[in-house]
Design a protein around this ligand. Sequence first.
Ligand code: 2P0
Length: 339
Amino acid sequence: MYKGKARAYTNIALIKYWGKRDEALILPMNNSLSLTLDAFYTETTATFAEEFTEDRFFLDGVQQSKAATKKISAFLDLIRTEANCSFSALINSQNFVPTAAGLASSASGLAALAGACNEALGLHLSSEELSRLARKGSGSACRSIYGGFAEWQQGTDATSYAVQVPSDHWENDLSMIFILINDQAKEVSSRDGMRRTVETSSFYAGWLTAAAKDLVTIKQAITDKDFTALGKVTEANALKMHATTLAAQPPFTYWSPESLRAMDCVRQIRQQGLPCYFTMDAGPNVKVLCQKRDEQAILQALQANFAKEQLILAHVGSGLTALPVNNPAPKTIKECRHV
Ligand code: 2P0
């Protein structure tokens, strides 16, 4: 029996990944850049054993459906091939999220799974190899291998992974406030949403041109530790991503009236002299990027408009971490070979 455990934090893209050029391999249409955050994370234990007859997947103590387990099995197959191992696995994942707010992220989940399997099977993969592996589970997961800023370089199957963006620890001065907005069910998954956008949106070509420019801008902002430039390009990039969905066929949006109210609120706080900028992903929640020194004042201003329970403060999170388990990893990969 081989057992490993790992923790990964979620990440929020400041320059978004929106669209695949290869659905099976999960190769993106554009580079993306994210900040890993400490507020939400996943801890996963992977156990491989000869006596297991099938893969089983438990999330927060609840055994998951056949369909959900099938997705995990497909990912485990990649690892089994890499490790030359044919054992079935028991996967136990725990999502640490402050509320049931629809924030459980495939990014932290798949990164933690890659890390747990790496530990269990003694693969000793490098960060880049882990990132490449996590990418094949869920695109954004490849960025959660790293703490701080990470850039997912589109590349080819062999070279599509995230790398750390040098920042001289500037990310420690930054905060992100999540405004939880739960007033509508997610109708279009990010996977379906990006596919529909790539295939049908007349704005998609413009998105790709803009995202390439935004990436150059944000990297310069990080080098310069220029918060205004960072915030401006983050907010503008999110708006451009969301604009593409309006021109898809059929059109759709992740925004709810409450999202618009939150965006407006952020603009007003900014106009009052507190620097802050928003971003949004494939759902109605709004995330506010600010500097740590302003976080309490901004929280206070937000509290005038939103319930305390709707606001979650996050700081920079660390990269994928191996956690101790009772059973040591095998010394060599060959020990796991099923004969
Ligand atoms: C991102 N999103 O860069 C973008 C912005 C949502 C909006 O990555 O299909 O769960 O598993 O590769 O990674 C969400 O998509 O999608 C996402 P798959 P994933 O964070």
